[in-house]
Design a protein around this ligand. Structure first.
Ligand code: G6Q
Length: 532
């Protein structure tokens, strides 16, 4: 696959010219019922309403040209087929395939990359057997009682996606089952999660692809020590998910060991064993297969070259329009769904760790903007907090609203003519309109400038299938943008320096490094911070 610099594409010049006079949503006829009907894409159970973006059909045509010129669909297909795309030409790098889609290509015959999907099927089968044994009483604690809680111990990609998905779907948890998560090396995180748990009925799921992550290994020691303190045998209470051959690949130490492959990046690993073991424990095997089916449907749909039909591609291109051409530095993801409360945190990692890069795939400095700052919180809570800046601040923040027509639990009450779910969605749609249209007022403090780009992504209900689809929509949006910017969205060199310095500080604190050998700056920093 040949990637070219973003700046060489003819469509880039065209879009830059169009961006000088972006569509005015506040003008008479700027946002009409007809426009609302025309600027809508339906895909895998989701509708994207994007009439409130500052685009015209001409802009969309130019974005289509850019997607075509940059070969985004060819690159996406090459990724799914197992081309080595996690690389920087001519430099030391991870040099790996990028095959998170293989973990849900298990329904296809033949799959896009048969070997990877065969491995995914094998792990799924191991998981199915494990879950059956937990359900039928084959796997119980020393007293013969069933396990009720699984605590996932992992960080970064081994935490954020699985946690976000669990929180999104716990409405569907099996009776008497739940999951908890420990990520931070802050001992209070462990203490808080363990307090109130009946450890005799708890399984710990230690998840680390590398098997060498400081936080996770430290927390594993802590939970094992707690199990021993309670008179429990860790070998009966701890399972592992890790890479084959990693320091954690020691089945004798664990009740069960599951594998993930090095061609699945941490932040893209929620649909591998990294996410599925805890999700399967809490929600059951049928539910995790639905997550995979939802993601797989999106994986297939994302191969459509038409940006008006391919929702992840459309979202990617609208994001590029807002970021590279209208010059908006951030994007807010605002789910009107309490269940999606950790989804923005997952996207922060998935997007910013993927596209927060400054060199091209050829190792040259980029001459254009790459990934935006991604942030967000659930609405309506956000409305009572930071929406002030989104409406009237000097920084224009493109917003991506996500909502569902029905609630998960169906527990609702009609108050003053409407149910809570209706109030929730009405608020989301109202925000979309308010941001786009603005409102004039003779009192300048009460003026809303409008023209704040946003779109609404809406589906019927947040089910396991819809969650799988939503996850994959965002994964592909991120990957398409990375391809378009000619960066490697699959490495994370930028997190290394901090890790190295933290190790050096810990060596000083523990006395492993004699202070004289140390960098005086580090010693002084510890002294000034009062740590020693
Ligand atoms: C994700 C990153 C990173 C990683 C964590 C945990 O893409 O690589 O967030 O997931 O550092 O790594 P381990 O799973 O190896 O413990």
């Amino acid at each position: 696959m040949q990637f070219q610099d973003f700046s060489v594409h003819a469509a880039v010049g065209k879009l830059a010219a169009l961006a000088r006079t972006p569509h005015d949503l506040t003008a008479a006829g700027g946002l009409t019922a007809q426009r609302l009907g025309e600027m809508k894409a339906s895909f895998c159970g989701f509708d994207l309403l994007y009439a409130t973006q500052r685009v015209t059909p001409e802009v969309l045509d130019a974005l289509q040209e850019l997607a075509d010129e940059a070969g985004l669909i060819a690159a996406y297909t090459a990724m799914r087929q197992g081309e080595v795309l996690n690389r920087i030409e001519g430099y030391a790098c991870e040099n790996r395939q990028v095959l998170h889609t293989a973990s849900r290509d298990v329904f296809a015959d033949p799959p896009m990359e048969p070997e990877a999907s065969a491995k995914a099927r094998r792990e799924l089968e191991k998981l199915r057997i494990f879950l059956d044994e937990l359900a039928d009483g084959t796997l119980v604690n020393a007293e013969g009682k069933s396990f009720t809680t699984m605590v996932q111990v992992g960080i970064g990609g081994s935490d954020l996606g699985p946690r976000a998905l669990y929180m999104a779907l716990r409405a569907y948890a099996l009776p008497g089952r739940s999951a908890r998560f420990i990520a931070n090396v802050d001992p209070d995180d462990v203490a808080e999660v363990l307090s109130g748990l009946d450890l005799s009925r708890t399984l710990f799921n230690v998840v680390s692809k590398s098997g060498s992550t400081l936080e996770t290994l430290t927390n594993e020691h802590l939970v094992r020590a707690r199990l021993v303190q309670e008179g429990l045998d860790p070998a009966r209470h701890v399972v592992a998910v890790t890479g084959e051959g990693s320091p954690m690949d020691d089945p004798a130490k664990y009740l069960r060991s599951f594998y993930m492959e090095d061609y699945i990046g941490g932040r893209y690993s929620a649909t591998s064993m990294v996410g599925l073991v805890s999700l399967g424990f809490a929600l059951g095997f049928a539910a995790i297969m639905e997550i995979l089916r939802g993601a797989h449907a999106v994986d297939r749909g994302a191969a459509d070259p038409d940006i008006r039909a391919n929702l992840p591609l459309l979202m990617a291109m609208l994001g590029i329009w807002n970021h590279n051409f209208l010059k908006h530095a951030t994007v807010a993801v605002l789910p009107y769904s309490q269940a999606l409360s950790r989804f923005p945190a997952h996207l922060q990692q998935c997007d910013m760790e993927s596209n927060g890069k400054s060199v091209t795939r050829q190792g040259k400095a980029v001459g254009w903007q790459t990934g935006p700052v991604v942030w967000g919180e659930p609405g309506t809570n956000g409305q009572h907090a930071f929406y002030q800046l989104i409406h009237q601040g000097t920084e224009v923040v493109p917003a991506e609203f996500i909502g569902f027509r029905q609630s998960q639990y169906g527990l609702d009450l009609n108050v003053e003519g409407t149910g809570s779910q209706q109030k929730l969605i009405a608020n989301m749609l109202a925000q979309s309109l308010a941001l786009a249209l603005g409102r004039h007022n003779d009192n300048p403090a009460r003026c809303f400038p409008g023209n704040r780009p946003n779109s609404v992504l809406i589906a019927d209900r947040l089910t396991p299938h819809a969650m799988g689809a939503l996850l994959a929509i965002y994964e592909h949006r991120i990957v398409f943008q990375g391809f378009c910017w000619n960066i490697n969205s699959f490495d994370q060199e930028g997190v290394q320096l901090g890790k190295i310095l933290a190790t050096r500080l810990l060596d000083l604190i523990s006395g492993r490094t004699a202070s004289t050998e140390a960098n005086p700056l580090e010693e002084s920093l510890l002294k000034q911070a009062g740590i020693g």
